[in-house]
Design a protein around this ligand. Structure first.
Ligand code: NDP
Length: 237
């Protein structure tokens, strides 16, 4: 039997990149998967058709829409919060509204989604939030605002693990390093800067991140909670 057979899973931000790999992996492992998208309708519908999953429009910048989506999808066995945006540049030049929107997507949405999911999540439930290795180590300039969002994920995961642990619900962060997606393409301008910090001289593949998420959601990970699971090619070593 597949390891997530019969499990009800919601992935926030599943249309592209790491999120799409998570959707594919969970569907292959037997779960019933719903995933959200915001801007990539065509990609979302194509992925849903290929995998037998359900794509729904929900903007993670809209707190109440996120809460309603989680409520209407429950009770969930697994919640994965993957939706995220990254801003790179001089903080003195960044648009304040865009920074605040990033904080809504990367911090506010994961917190409220996790709390809402936990209301009806059964014992054995799993909450996984995609953070980043920069939550631990900001290796270069230009990512202060993004890094603050991923460090905030760490506090929420540690705290909610303590809040929901007594009910048998685990809460973990997965912290990727550079992964080859639209957000951080392997042939992009940051390549030399990133590889200068990394043990493994390559970007990660979305499927490698999805494998760790699937393990955390699966039957072997019941003892793992409140953890920051870094998978970064040795960037932070
Ligand atoms: P991509 O930009 O390739 O994909 C982002 C995904 O998030 C898309 O499916 C997108 O959907 C969704 N998304 C973005 N904004 C919203 C929104 N407002 N509402 C709903 N969904 C949204 O990024 P990655 O796959 O690379 O990143 C996924 C996660 O991994 C993020 O949290 C990111 O911070 C984190 N991460 C990525 C790293 C990397 O190097 N790639 C490294 C470390 C962490 P749509 O297009 O439909 O809007």
């Amino acid at each position: 039997m597949a390891s997530l057979q019969g499990k009800s899973v919601l992935v926030l931000g599943g249309s592209r990149g790491i999120g799409a790999a998570i959707v594919r992996r969970f569907a292959a492992d037997g779960a019933t998967v719903t995933f959200t998208y915001a801007g990539s309708k065509d990609a979302a519908e194509q992925l849903a058709g290929e995998t037998g999953t359900t794509a729904v429009l929900t903007d993670s910048a809209d707190r109440d829409a996120v809460i309603a989506r989680v409520r209407n999808s429950g009770p969930l066995d697994v919640l994965v919060v993957n939706a995220g945006v990254a801003m790179v540049g001089d903080p003195l030049e960044m648009d304040a509204d865009a920074v605040d929107r990033m904080i809504r997507i990367n911090v506010q949405a994961p917190y409220h989604a996790a709390v809402e999911a936990a209301r009806r999540m059964p014992e054995g439930g799993r909450i996984v939030v995609i953070g980043s290795n920069v939550g631990d180590h900001v290796g270069f300039p230009g990512i202060a605002a993004y890094s603050l969002t991923k460090s905030a994920v760490q506090g929420m995961v540690r705290g909610l693990a303590r809040d929901f642990g007594p009910r048998g619900i685990t809460v973990n962060a997965v912290q990727p390093g550079p992964v080859d997606t639209d957000m951080n393409p392997a042939d992009g301008p940051l390549k030399d800067l990133l590889y200068g910090k990394m043990v493994l001289q390559r970007h990660g593949r979305p499927e490698e991140i999805a494998g760790l998420v699937a393990w955390l959601a699966g039957p072997e990970a019941g003892f793992a909670t409140g953890g920051m699971h870094t998978i970064d090619g040795g960037f932070n070593a």
